[in-house]
Design a protein around this ligand. Structure first.
Ligand SMILES: [Zn+2]
Length: 507
């Protein structure tokens, strides 16, 4: 242990998230790692003239939040282009698009959620023609599985879109597109948003919310190259674990990339794939039909294809992370993952797990498969909300059952899916879930957003709690979540520290 500390954080309530859930007054940091945690007197003994001291005036200090499921480029787009997640009506969305012009020929909007609007209607070409009849306009729905384009955009790219993914009305495209068609539009307009610009905006935003590490899902993207270039220049303040989409698997194997290999800032994570779609688009695979529309969802990747992929990825020694929302998708995903040698030791993950049955939750416990879940998805489980309308009240209340999962001993990792990034908002949602029987305690929710997510990234020896030897990633809050459990979402971050460096300070 070094004689002196570079940085001491003191006069604080430090919730360490260690095994005993102990609370300390001060923490000393040297060379980017935590060297002592304890009372002020014992920690301040490590100070000399060179030591930076941050007195916290009794503020709460937590381990830095680890968001186990982000789409940083998408977050960047919300920050750089029109952020339609703010719209509470169709008119507001149109207005944001009209004002959110950054000078590119295309006009972009991201993150609209018509389920929260009084009319509840998806945007179509007629709506977006109100924004412009001269320039192409595209508005992405919050789940990114659906987008809406105006007449000019349809003229430009209509011929290149896969027919199955275009909505028609009497043979005419309505401007609503889904799945692969959304991907085609994104690719054709990629130059409007340089990756570096998006990632810098998203990274700064995440740090301001207390996030110190993300597990970022990358697809059709040069984000990995941009992150590594920033890392080499020592300009990356956030830790990034890259979960590569399965369409990168050939490249990953050809280049010899391996799960958990990398630097302390950028490492290779899992191989990611889909099974089903999402509840909003009625494409999540459910055993019982939707209450407000036809059918029981669709496979985005069908079970046979999934089986082959699981085998190949697992044989190559990579971690797997599989999107599964509806109970049928979860069932099939568990079947395939359980067929691998040691799903628990490989820390295979299922993303979302929104509609898990009791029996499925038990299977997570027994296999050690990680449930990588998004507490902020409770934004749709409120009375009269999206889940009520699509699934009925009983299934809405039975969605995202974190209490049942925690009690069963499931490995829980929390993330946001960038809808939006915000761990305090997510913790708030988990603590204040609609169904009282599914609420987590503040301690449990924080643990899932720190140590739980660290475990999902094989990083529990380095991250996720405030203990000697671990990397010094911390967040200092303006208020205590334990004192305002009904208003955790409003708590401000005072400072964010990564590797012993203050990388965000509130103004
Ligand atoms: Zn996602």
């Amino acid at each position: 242990m070094p004689a002196y500390a570079d940085l001491i954080i003191t006069d604080a309530h430090i919730h360490t998230v260690d095994d005993d859930r102990s609370v300390a007054e001060a923490v000393a940091i040297s060379d980017g790692r935590i060297v002592r945690v304890g009372d002020m007197t014992s920690v301040e003994r490590l100070a000399d003239v060179e030591t930076t001291i941050i007195p916290c005036d009794g503020r709460v200090v937590l381990p830095g939040f680890i968001d186990a499921h982000t789409h940083m480029e998408s977050t960047g787009r919300h920050l750089v282009h029109a952020d339609l997640s703010e719209a509470t009506t169709r008119e507001e969305a149109i207005d944001l698009l009209t004002r959110g012009d950054i000078g590119h020929e295309w006009i972009f909007g991201f993150g609209y959620d018509e389920s929260t609007w009084p009319e509840g209607e998806l945007l179509r070409r007629d709506d977006l023609d109100e924004v412009s009849t001269e320039r192409p306009v595209v508005a992405y729905r919050v789940d990114m599985h659906t987008a809406s384009i105006n007449s000019v955009a349809l003229e430009r790219v209509g011929d290149t879109l896969p027919e199955d993914d275009i909505e028609l009305d009497e043979g005419e495209p309505t401007g609503l597109i889904t799945e692969d068609a959304v991907g085609v539009v994104s690719e054709q307009t990629a130059d409007a948003s340089p990756t570096l610009t998006l990632l810098e905006a998203a990274t700064a935003h995440a740090l301001s919310l207390g996030v110190t590490c993300v597990h970022d899902m990358v697809r059709h993207s040069d984000a990995p190259r941009v992150y590594r270039a920033l890392d080499i220049k020592d300009e990356l303040d956030l830790r990034i674990r890259l979960n590569y989409w399965s369409n990168h698997l050939d490249a990953v194997d050809e280049l010899g990339l391996q799960t958990n290999h990398g630097s302390d800032r950028v490492e290779v994570g899992a191989i990611k794939t889909f099974t089903d779609g999402a509840i909003g688009g009625r494409t999540a695979k459910v055993t019982e039909a939707y209450v407000d529309g036809e059918g029981t969802g669709t496979w985005v990747v069908d079970p046979d294809e999934l089986e082959a992929l699981v085998k190949r990825v697992d044989d190559a020694g990579h971690q797997l992370t599989i999107h599964a929302i509806g109970d049928e998708a979860i069932e099939v995903t568990l079947d395939k993952l359980e067929s691998t040698d040691s799903p628990g030791r490989s820390r295979h993950r299922v993303e979302h797990v929104e509609l898990a049955s009791d029996e499925q939750i038990q299977r997570f416990t027994e296999s050690g498969i990680i449930a990588s879940v998004q507490p902020n998805f409770h934004q749709w489980s409120g009375e009269g909300g999206l889940y009520d309308r699509r699934l009925g009240e009983a299934r809405s209340r039975g969605s995202n059952r974190f209490r049942t999962m925690a009690d069963a001993g499931v490995n829980l990792a929390f993330g946001s899916d960038s809808m939006p990034i915000g761990p305090l908002y997510g913790i708030h949602c988990a603590v204040n879930a609609r169904d009282p029987s599914q609420r987590l305690t503040v301690d449990e929710a924080i643990e899932a957003y720190t140590l739980g997510s660290a475990y999902a990234g094989f990083a529990e020896d380095d991250l996720g709690s405030i203990e000697p030897g671990k990397l010094a990633d911390l967040v200092i809050l303006e208020e205590s979540p334990w004192e305002v459990p009904n208003a955790i979402a409003e708590i401000e971050v005072w400072k964010t520290i990564v590797g012993g460096e203050v990388v965000y300070r509130s103004s």
